[in-house]
Design a binder for this molecule. Sequence first.
Ligand code: SF4
Ligand SMILES: [Zn+2]
Length: 362
Amino acid sequence: MEDYKAFLRKFREKNLKKRKVRDKNKPIAVWIQDDIYRDFTIGKSLTIILRTEGCFYAKEGGCLMCSYLMDSSPEKITSENIINQFNYAIEKYKEKLKDLKDFSVKIFTSGSFLDDREVHREAREYIFKKLSEFENLKEVAIESRPEFITEEKLNEIRKYLNINVEIGVGIESLNEEIRNYAINKGITNEQIIKVIELAKNYDIGIKAYLLIKPPFITEKDAIKDAIQSANECIKLGCSRISFCPTTIHKGSLIEYFWNKNQYRPPFLWSIIEILKNIKKENKNALIMCDTSGVGSERGAHNIYGCKCNKIIKERLERFTLTQDIDVLNVECECKKLWEAYLEVESKNIVPLGDERKIFSLN
Ligand code: SF4
Ligand SMILES: [Zn+2]
């Protein structure tokens, strides 16, 4: 295990040298999109990705599928920089936000917003205070590893915000072996259960990010794992489930396996099966699915280039907004190949890579 950790650290260090210095007073990205609120109504959300010094866990090696650290700053980021980034984002959309009946704000750092090393308390409090001044703000979402979700931080949030607040936590899987060996998340189930309970005392929701298809397991096992994990997270009281189908990030360890054809991102058929299964079992649960990268070679896809990829991507987006499983009723010839892949893979000793190399497709 120590060798593995040392290998991960070294792998990350090598990539980190490629980080570029960017404008420290502008966020990585900011945009407005349609979104679903916790009460199942639809509105707009403003997403701001702040540039910080990056996830500190990633610097020790981090999670196998993640290379968000590459967007972080190789130089020191001060509270003033963070505040300037936030103000830049708000200024850019000020007029649009004013006209909306209501909206939500998602502030992400591609790490932990509640880690003082990434966002200092001063900057966090400034942001919470500014947000509290919007009369039409309905929800706020942030993200954090569980070790930073403490009474102190939850009090800090509630000091300023009395609206719906959710903290996204990368739970990835509720199977500890998968989470810690296949993903290297470094988080126990005990920690997860503790923060869900703690957040409930503050009426703050925990949004469970679940990874669809961690490395080293078969597609069939990944389907089973996603379904089991979501069902358990719902039982534990997570405010919503947000599925993240694996995308091959540049500079991540999963890319290394993908390049060797030892990993394939999930099929969209698998995602449809997972979503339908969970929604049928948990009609009142809020289930979402991230579609970034979907349809591309590096993202979740059916046969690469098949026409159904684009259709299913749109359907997944519609499902997230409407929560209607009927929109996932899609058929395509290539579903047969997915079934064959599941079958062949379950007879193989290790998970398979790209089907084009297995079934001699062009
Ligand atoms: S997935 Fe989250 S916790 Fe893991 S390395 Fe990336 S940013 Fe850090
Ligand atoms: Zn197809």
